[in-house]
Design a protein around this ligand. Structure first.
Ligand SMILES: *Cc1c(COP(=O)(O)O)cnc(C)c1O
Length: 385
């Protein structure tokens, strides 16, 4: 059997151990220490906007704290992109609020500005103004932020970006994670850089990262004993984990280049197959290409599931696109605004192996396998005819 090819596996750059060893050597294993400060500093510098960064235990915890800081509570409504990972929507439910799901649009696969505005008008007409708008930059492709921010400003609703998949992506040079009032990043094991598990909150205002750090460290008030006026959380990143993050920052741009090369490889390999489409960058958009995804033609005789199973038989991991949240049993009662674009994407889309550590041989195994499914199918069709 050939080696397993993973969808997106961790890829260490080499510098990580230096920072982790430093933490051991200085016994700065805990608590918070120079690696956490250093990692936050590196992220802030990388995003090169006037933003503030708080390193946390996960992207999910960053979203949870951001929603708290935006004042979301029981009975509130939060507008959320439907096609995403459940971690975008779950923190809304943690707070007893209701997610209002918005469909995707075809250019970026992200939140449709058109349905966003329809939803806002309708929710206001029904008596409740949404407390926040949560767009996602799926697979590294930036959402239509200019349009979304214009609508958000018009109705005076803050934007919280889910940039978990989009570190290093930008629109005309402005990085994902710096458009909204706040944003989350993730350093989970499969993301573009990983700390083994971790995340960060990015905020325009320092008061928000300060408050997030306060809440993330059990909300201890300033007193010699433990005094509490708020409910706290244990969400801060550890100094060991942050050491891995500092090392990963040294190779982030290289990883992005490798992932973009994967996309180009797939694009050229499938260029003559009219049944396969790939998502191009709109003008001015730059995707980190966290995952390269293909769309099988709606009328294609070969389904994305045929491809997934054929790849699996070859020991190659692939995965359907995110199943939209409005189709998930747990969110079936949540309101949804859209025309079914995300459902079609889910039915026909497949994420291919996209790691920054894939070899050309790995990539050719993937494309050969996909090509053979189409070839076998056309041979079968000829026999039938
Ligand atoms: C990974 C991911 C998250 C959650 O990040 P964690 O660090 O795993 O908690 C949130 N949203 C999206 C879109 C993600 O891909």
């Amino acid at each position: 059997m050939n080696n397993k090819i993973w969808l997106s596996s961790p890829h260490m750059g080499g510098g990580e151990q230096k920072y982790v060893n430093e933490a051991f050597d200085t016994n700065w294993v805990a608590p918070l220490g120079p690696n956490v400060m250093g990692f936050e500093h590196d992220l802030k510098k990388y995003l090169h906007q006037n933003v503030h960064v708080a390193a946390l235990s996960s992207g999910t915890s960053a979203l949870h704290l951001a929603l708290i800081l935006l004042g979301v509570g029981p009975g509130d409504e939060v507008i959320c992109q439907s096609m995403t990972f459940s971690a975008s929507a779950n923190p809304i439910a943690y707070l007893g609020a209701t997610p209002i799901f918005i469909d995707s649009e075809a250019d970026t696969w992200n939140m449709s500005p058109e349905y966003l505005e329809i939803a806002i008008k309708d929710r206001i007409a029904k008596g409740k103004k949404p407390k926040a708008i949560l767009p996602v930059h799926l697979y590294g492709m930036p959402a239509k932020m200019e349009e979304i921010l214009t609508i958000a400003a018009k109705y005076e609703i803050p934007v919280l970006e889910d940039a978990a998949e989009a570190l290093g992506s930008h629109i005309n040079g402005q990085n994902c994670g710096t458009f909204g009032e706040m944003a989350c990043l993730s350093f989970n094991g499969n993301k573009i850089i990983t700390t083994s598990g971790g995340g960060a909150l990015v905020a325009k205002q320092k008061v928000n990262t300060d408050k997030a750090v306060f809440l993330a460290t059990q909300a201890r008030d300033n007193a010699p004993h433990y005094e509490h006026t708020h409910i706290g959380y244990n969400y801060r990143m550890s100094n060991i984990v942050a050491g891995i993050g500092r090392g990963q920052m040294e190779v982030l741009d290289k990883h992005i280049q490798n992932r973009r090369n994967n996309f180009e490889y797939y694009k050229s390999a499938f260029s003559s197959n009219e049944q396969i489409g790939l998502l191009e960058e709109p003008a001015g958009y730059y995707s980190n290409r966290w995952l390269s995804c293909i769309l099988t033609d709606r009328d294609s005789e070969v389904s994305r599931e045929d491809l997934r199973l054929a790849l699996e038989a070859e020991n190659i991991e692939s995965r359907p696109l995110w199943k939209p949240m409005h189709m998930q049993p747990i969110f079936q009662d949540a309101p949804f605004y859209g025309d079914g674009t995300s459902e079609t994407l889910f039915d026909n889309g497949l994420c291919l192996p996209s790691g920054s550590n894939l070899s050309e041989k790995d990539l050719s195994r993937v494309t050969n396998c996909v090509a053979s499914v189409f070839k076998n199918h056309s041979v079968k069709m000829e026999k039938v005819n």
